[in-house]
Design a protein around this ligand. Structure first.
Ligand code: SAH
Length: 274
């Protein structure tokens, strides 16, 4: 079957065998692990994963590709194909015993951040995640305080997981070639939160507010939420800008907030954008 890549499903199929090999080599797979691939496409990663003898579930939105995959892998009894939208998929339902899921995906760029947060809502059942993303997004996920790329996505992702940029992947590795550089990121959900946060939505509120104008000092950007004296009382200099504030300090600031400080937008932790 020939399949014309569909833009609306963010289809960029991997065809560079060296890259596929490098991805597989970085996974440190073991027999009996329970793997989930999001967006298998035409099976560029699915096939080598199956060759390792892993138990694998795939979640694919494009029904034509589901038909294609069912035929292509009809002899593989350790593969389960789910025709579904990963953004709405009930990942914990895949857990059979008390094993944790290992997740992998060359993700459509337009859904990558909401999908990661959908998965992190269920972080307790996830061992780790390896994703192909836009390099720009990987850089932001992994950025440390003081870096220009450090922002809301860095703080929120690092609250949930240990993050690691593994390697870059050039546009020519895909068909069709995307306009931008890609990269592989490894995300390992923390067993215990690295910092004490009373309410994750409040952490998000403080971070959104602090980075809404990156060039402003905390004194100004947080004016509506937190008194300057309260910032000083935490031992945090109110003259600093958000881009140098650590996750630990954002956590302490967020613990000063109250329910009434949350807005309706905070109900959804949609971290698209910065
Ligand atoms: N893993 C393949 C395909 C990557 S392209 C490869 O590396 O070659 C991205 C894939 O994600 C496509 O197959 C696309 O149909 C699928 N996809 C897009 N949106 C999705 C969603 N919401 N849920 C599940 N799969 C999705």
């Amino acid at each position: 079957m020939t399949h014309t890549p569909r833009k609306r499903f963010g289809q960029n199929f991997l065809h560079d065998h060296n890259i596929i090999y490098n991805i597989l080599s970085s996974l440190n797979t073991k027999p009996n692990q329970h793997w989930v691939e999001i967006g298998p496409g035409m099976g560029a990663l699915t096939e080598p994963l199956l060759a390792l003898g892993l138990q694998l579930e795939v979640v694919e939105l494009d029904r034509d590709l589901v038909v294609y995959l069912k035929d292509k892998f009809k002899h593989h009894t350790q593969l389960q194909i789910h025709s579904a939208d990963a953004l709405k998929f009930d990942f914990p339902s895949l857990v059979k015993y008390d094993e944790k899921l290992r997740i992998i995906g060359n993700l459509p760029y337009n859904i990558s951040t909401p999908l990661m947060f959908h998965l992190l809502d269920n972080a307790a059942c996830i061992e780790d995640m390896h994703f192909m993303l836009q390099k720009e997004v990987v850089d932001r996920i992994c950025a440390a305080p003081g870096s220009k790329k450090y922002g809301r996505l860095s703080v929120m992702m690092q609250y949930y997981c240990a993050t690691e940029h593994l390697f870059d992947v050039p546009p020519e590795s895909f068909d069709p070639a995307p306009k931008v550089m890609s990269a592989i990121v490894r995300l390992i959900p923390h067993q215990q939160p690295p910092v004490a946060v009373n309410n994750i939505k409040m952490l998000n509120r403080v971070v959104v507010q602090a980075f809404s104008q990156r060039r402003k000092t905390l004194r100004n950007s947080l004016k509506k939420l937190i008194e300057e004296d309260a910032i000083v009382a935490l031992g945090i200099d109110p003259n600093l800008r958000a881009e140098v504030i650590s996750l630990a300090d954002f956590a302490r600031l967020s613990n000063l907030l109250r329910e009434k400080d949350l807005t309706e937008e905070d109900a959804e932790l949609d971290l698209n954008g910065n």
